[in-house]
Structures are given as structure tokens and as C-alpha cells.
Write a protein that binds this ligand. Structure first.
Ligand code: GLY
Length: 379
């Protein structure tokens, strides 16, 4: 459902300030109707759109019609939907296809889809012809608030998620909220897990706002979605500006819930039975429990968070995953392959409370296993 008067909503710009790699994130309703306006400085001869079949069927003409109107040639590469496309095999196929199309350095690539497409297309843009420019047009809430921003590109390895990749900032991000309002409910709520994460990491006021505006968010009122997406983009941009390449701890904070979450994703074989945002929501829940058990975080904050997750009917517990359930030992093994491992030591993002995340080096792994065991269904 879309609220009244959404056409009147004025679009907003959040700038990611990264010296020569700075770019704008435009957020608004119906932005794609003026696609040529937003792309005007980047259009040369030809555009190649990388997307997946579901998005292509629903939305591809939103890009191709405006391009046709201004006489820009376009090509499209349509991939299978789902995490399985984030593989070296698919990257190889896409690169060969681009080369066979005789792509030139000045041609623009558009990543048009959710996180999988954005991560893969960004990686392709960073390697083909030693790098070409690309634009992110994310079609899911998760991608609009997180994966399309900040230039992390990547694909999965058998050893774990996103273990192969590069940093390649886009030239522009277009967050058209019209795409969000047509999302399947499950995708919307998976993306909300990443929104919630920003409040949990560093902005208790934003968490308060999400609680106070829960009805508007549940009803997908466009003013609320606008504020929610804008605030999330601002928080992400600030963190990326401070620590673009994750050399310090700042950007690592964005991984709240991801150490647990990635392990569940790995052990459910990246299948549709667990979306990335759902895995992150489960992971945030477990990271809060671990923080409380480690005496960093008051129990009341854990209860407040789980109440919030329940009231939004988010997937927040491993019990809700419909798949062969891994054991705690299997999850512990998968977690040890996390990118945050340093000098062989697993690091976790923990919290001192809602809005106060930090990177913890010396986490009691016995406690981690205990938390996993108490949250897994009895086998
Ligand atoms: N999604 C985590 C990051 O961009 O750093």
C-alpha cells in the first residue's frame, strides 16, 4: 500500500564523500521516470544492464524506455535470480559476454537488481578492461540501504560468503522507492533487518524512531520509507567515509550480526530458505544475546530488540529456518572462516546496548557455542 500524495514527495540526495570517488545517492519516488536526467553526465555510447530474470520481467522497461527515448544503445545480460549467481563461473560468463559485445572503457554498466546483482556487477565493473564505470539501481530495500552503497563488490567461494571481491565505488546510486513498494513482503522485511541494524550499531534515536513509526513502516507509508531509507543511507555513508576500505574498526561495525548470519547462510547452502537480511536479523539477535551473556549489554536492551523483531514478525530465530538445521559445532566451524578473523582470532561485533556497537577481540567461544545451542531447535 502506498500513502496519499506520494508523487509530491521531494527526492533527497545523500552524498558519499570520498575525494575523487565521491558520488550521490538519490532517493525518491518514481526516479526512474527521469532516468536520462540522472545518468546524463555518464552516458556516452552504450549502456549494458546486468539484471536477473524476475527484475527483468517486472521492471526492465523502466530503464530501456527512457534510454530508447534519448537514443542510447543498450544491451542487457539477464542472470538467474539468487545467491547461486554470485560465483566465479557466472562472473566469467558475464565478462566473456561483455567482451564479445566489444564493450569499451567509456561504456556504462548498470547493476539493476538486489544485493546479488549489485555485488556481482560491481565486481565485473572492477575487472573488465581493468575497470569501467558503473551505476547502482537497487531494486530491494536491502540493496538500497546497504549493499549498493560503499563499493564493496564480491562473490562467494565454497569457503564462505563474499570471500572474493574488490572495492569499486559506483558513480551514482538511484534509490527509486516505487520499486520498494512493489516488493514481495518477505523481501521487504528481510531488508528491514539491515535498516534496524543501523539503529543498533550507532543510533539509538533512530531505533526509537523505528519503534514509534512501526505502523507507518508496516503499512509502507511512503513518507516513512523515505525517512527510513534516507537515514540508513546517511549512516552508511558516514561510516564508509570514515573507513572506506575497512582498515580500521569503523566499517567492521556494519557487520553486526554477520558473523552468525553468514554461518547460517553457508550451512543452508545460500538457498532461498534463508535470505541475507533474515540471516542478519537472526545474527543481530544472537549478537545481542552474546553481548548480554558477556556482561557488556543490559538484558533489557536484548528484550527490547526481540520485542521489536517479534512485533514486526521478522525472521529472528534459527527455529524459523525451514532447512536441515546445522549443529552448533558446524556453525562454529563456518564462523572461523569469517573475513574478520585476524591473526587466527575470530572477532565479533558486540554491543554495550542499543546504538553502541564495538569490535570485540577476545570473545569466549564457549559462550558463543552455548548461545548457538540454546537458540537451535532441539535435534
Ligand atoms: N555491508 C557491509 C559493508 O558495506 O561494509
Amino acid at each position: 500500500m502506498i500513502s496519499r500524495g506520494h508523487q509530491k514527495i521531494v527526492s533527497k540526495i545523500v552524498t558519499v564523500n570520498l575525494a575523487n570517488d565521491s558520488y550521490d545517492i538519490h532517493i525518491g519516488y518514481g526516479l526512474l521516470q527521469n532516468l536520462d536526467h540522472y545518468l546524463s553526465d555518464l552516458l556516452h555510447q552504450r549502456v549494458t544492464i546486468i539484471t536477473e530474470s524476475n527484475v527483468a520481467e517486472l521492471h526492465l522497461t523502466r530503464l530501456t524506455e527512457p534510454l530508447d527515448q534519448v537514443g542510447i544503445k543498450w544491451e542487457v545480460i539477464i542472470l538467474e535470480p539468487g545467491e547461486k549467481s554470485k560465483s566465479l563461473t557466472v562472473v566469467h560468463e558475464v565478462v566473456e559476454k561483455l567482451l564479445s559485445l566489444q564493450i569499451e572503457r567509456k561504456d556504462l554498466l548498470i547493476a539493476f537488481g538486489g544485493g546479488v546483482i549489485g555485488d556481482l556487477a560491481g565486481f565485473v565493473a572492477s575487472i573488465v578492461l581493468r575497470g569501467i564505470e558503473y551505476v547502482q539501481i537497487p531494486t530491494t530495500l536491502l540493496a538500497q540501504v546497504d549493499s549498493a552503497i560503499g563499493g564493496k563488490t564480491g562473490i562467494n567461494s565454497k569457503q564462505g560468503k563474499n570471500l572474493i571481491g574488490s572495492f569499486k565505488q559506483p558513480k551514482l546510486v538511484l534509490n527509486d522507492l516505487e520499486l520498494i513498494t512493489t516488493l514481495p513482503a518477505r523481501q521487504y522485511w528481510a531488508g528491514y533487518g539491515e535498516v534496524l541494524k543501523y539503529g543498533l550499531i550507532c543510533d539509538r534515536d533512530f531505533f526509537d524512531w523505528l519503534e514509534t513509526n512501526s505502523n507507518q513502516i508496516k503499512e509502507m507509508e511512503i513518507e516513512a520509507i523515505m525517512k527510513m531509507v534516507q537515514k540508513s543511507c546517511q549512516i552508511k555513508s558516514t561510516i564508509v567515509e570514515e573507513d572506506e576500505k575497512e582498515l580500521g574498526n569503523q566499517r567492521t561495525l556494519l557487520n553486526l550480526g554477520h558473523t552468525f548470519g553468514h554461518a547460517f547462510e553457508t550451512l543452508t547452502d545460500y538457498t532461498n530458505c534463508l535470505l541475507h537480511g533474515e540471516a542478519v536479523t537472526i545474527g543481530c539477535n544472537l549478537a545481542f544475546q552474546l553481548s548480554a551473556e558477556s556482561k557488556f549489554c543490559p538484558k533489557e536492551d536484548v528484550e527490547r530488540l526481540t520485542d521489536h523483531m517479534r512485533s514486526f514478525q521478522l525472521v529472528h530465530s534459527p527455529n524459523q529456518i525451514k532447512y536441515n538445521h546445522p549443529t552448533a559445532q558446524m556453525l562454529m566451524k563456518a564462523m572461523k572462516k569469517d573475513k574478520k578473523v585476524m591473526n587466527g582470532v575470530l572477532r565479533f561485533v558486540l554491543v554495550r546496548g542499543i546504538g553502541e556497537a564495538f569490535v570485540a577481540e577476545n570473545v569466549n567461544l564457549g559462550l558463543v557455542e552455548k548461545i548457538l545451542q540454546s537458540n537451535l531447535p532441539h535435534q
